[in-house]
Design a protein around this ligand. Structure first.
Ligand SMILES: Cc1ncc(COP(=O)(O)OP(=O)(O)O)c(N)n1
Ligand SMILES: Cc1nc(C(=O)O)sc1CCOP(=O)(O)O
Ligand SMILES: [Mg+2]
Length: 522
């Protein structure tokens, strides 16, 4: 699906790039875009912000940026286009997504750019959220005329679209649409309750809410009076027919999957029957159906990983040791001290030797009933029978790794800032690395993500995540206070005089924090 931009949006994007250049940035950030959106006070975005009490001058001063850029008398020499930061790209993809859902012509306007900014965590989103603007209340402003307009698009065929309000034609269709809208709404509610109360995942809850609100907006596009007028619950022969599979639910997870299925089916019905009255509206139900599939994957991944990593709080990274004997000794000690996962991280070994070491570690971890993760290499992870593979931002993508290790293997992803965190969750990571928290003797970093990032991770997801980077017995308390429940360490154990004692000390600290890890619900 191809989107195009309104002239106002194009101007805002150009200005955002200019603003980024003026501050000598290496990439365009969401803050550049927010400042650029209010540069033109008549833009839809600026109008919406003003309605929420956020005037341009407040935005510029809160962002610490210059008031509107004055156009240079001479055109500026054209340079290479500045790259977009990951957060900016997230905002853009959300903006396009909102335009697709709300605008018949799929035109991305400044209001959609603003909605994109709200969805991309960071200072721009924080500023806007501080003014009380959330996706939920912003959705009302996205092309309101088209969001509620129900006049059909011209169909390709000669057959005129059904007139929903015409008795006879309308009633049957109205009953189908009414029942399906209710089923979709109810299914989403059941799913939301699981994510909110069983998983306690605020990020996923926000996503499900967003889908629920967009469903409500799409249903508004149908003639509500006709739907209610067509309702005949008592006369519906399906109301009292309950199959055995509908009644039996083995556990909360089965309730969850059944309700995702029910929601997707109901959306499919809405999509198909709405084609008879309004193809554009039908497209909105289609987009929602795909969103529900994505949500299902995200929720089941979160629930599955939370269950499978349960109380696995301490990951120890080993590697770079001179001999196989050194490696097996350290791994044995770490396991005896209470490591729940061993990650083999080799950087200079020939593949054959790496695989041989991996197979040894596999045996030791299996004996200790601990997990074994291989760093960087899905191919070797599969050959060694590892439980999973860990991928960094420059390693093969999660999708490619999945093709090698299969659907059940654990795939962890390193993240160093919030956009990467969100991206990894969306891509289906089974767990996350969150760091570097402190400077490390194992790996050099030019920038530290610090404890601030640990706090952000704690606020964002309940997918299992491991704080990593320079964590030792002396500083682990700070990491736990920032919200971590799991840590990954290397030197603190591998280079300790007694790896066993070092692992045991870390483990004891981890156990001392209240257990909010494993959900009681399967
Ligand atoms: C748990 C965990 N988190 C982060 C990393 C780092 O992975 P990556 O960024 O790919 O760097 P290398 O470890 O490959 O140097 C990790 N290995 N484990
Ligand atoms: C390999 C690695 N990756 C990190 C990240 O933040 O992505 S921190 C790190 C080093 C972890 O070792 P130590 O506990 O000795 O600092
Ligand atoms: Mg790597």
């Amino acid at each position: 699906m191809q989107e195009t931009f309104t002239e106002g949006a194009i101007r805002a994007l150009e200005r955002a790039e200019k603003r980024a250049r003026h501050r000598d940035a290496e990439a365009v950030e969401p803050t550049d875009l927010l400042a650029a959106l209010v540069d033109e006070p008549e833009s839809r975005a600026a109008e919406i912000l003003a309605q929420f009490g956020l005037e341009p001058s407040q935005v510029w001063s809160a962002l610490g940026v210059a008031a509107p850029l004055t156009e240079p008398e001479e055109p500026e020499p054209a340079g290479d286009v500045l790259p977009q930061s990951p957060a900016f790209r997230t905002a853009m993809s959300d903006a396009k997504y909102q335009a697709r859902a709300f605008d018949r012509a799929r035109l991305v306007g400044t209001e959609h750019l603003l909605a994109g900014l709200v969805a991309a965590p960071g200072p721009a989103a924080d500023l806007v959220a501080g003014a009380g603007i959330e996706l939920e209340n912003l959705l009302r402003h996205l092309s309101p005329e088209s969001a509620v307009e129900t006049s059909p698009l011209p169909l390709d065929t000669e057959i005129p679209p059904l007139e929903l309000t015409e008795p006879g034609q309308g009633v049957d269709l109205g009953r189908i649409l009414d029942a399906s809208a209710n089923r979709a709404r109810e299914g989403l509610r059941v799913v939301e309750d699981y994510v909110r109360f069983a998983l306690d995942d605020s990020g996923l809850t926000r996503r499900i809410k967003d889908v629920r609100h967009r469903l409500a907006a799409a249903v508004q596009g149908l003639d509500l009076d006709t739907l209610i007028g067509s309702r005949d619950t008592r006369g519906d022969v399906g109301t009292h027919i309950m199959t055995a599979s509908e009644q039996a639910r083995e556990n909360p997870r089965a309730v969850l999957t059944a309700n995702f299925k029910r929601t997707a089916e109901a959306l499919r019905t809405l999509e198909e029957y709405t084609k008879l009255i309004d193809v554009w509206l039908s497209g909105r139900f289609e987009v929602l159906r795909y969103d529900v599939y994505t949500l299902e994957k995200l929720t089941l991944t979160a629930a599955g990983s939370k269950r499978s990593l349960g109380e696995a709080r301490l990951m120890v990274l080993v590697g770079g040791l001179p001999t196989l004997g050194d490696l097996t000794w350290v791994v044995g000690e770490a396991l005896a001290g209470g490591a729940d996962l061993i990650q083999l991280r080799e950087k200079d070994l020939p593949d054959r030797e790496w695989l041989q070491r991996a197979r040894e570690v596999r045996i030791l971890t299996a004996q200790a009933r601990a997990r074994f993760i291989l760093n960087d290499r899905p191919d070797l992870a599969r050959l060694a029978g590892a439980d999973g593979v860990h991928l960094g931002q420059d390693d093969v993508t999660l999708r490619d790794a999945r093709r090698i290790v299969g659907p059940l293997s654990l795939i962890g992803v390193s993240t160093h800032d919030r956009p990467q965190l969100e991206q990894a969750i969306l891509a289906g990571a089974g767990y996350l690395g969150v760091g570097p928290v402190f400077s490390s003797t194992t790996k050099d970093f030019s920038d530290l993500a610090g404890l601030a990032f640990v706090r952000q991770a704690a606020e964002t997801t309940t997918l299992p995540w491991y704080a990593i980077g320079g964590i030792h017995e002396e500083n682990i308390e700070q990491v736990l206070e920032a919200g971590a429940s799991r840590v990954a360490v290397s030197s603190a154990v591998v280079r300790a005089p007694s790896p066993r004692r070092a692992a045991a000390a870390l483990r004891a600290r981890l156990e001392a924090v209240g257990s909010n890890l494993a959900s009681d619900l399967p």
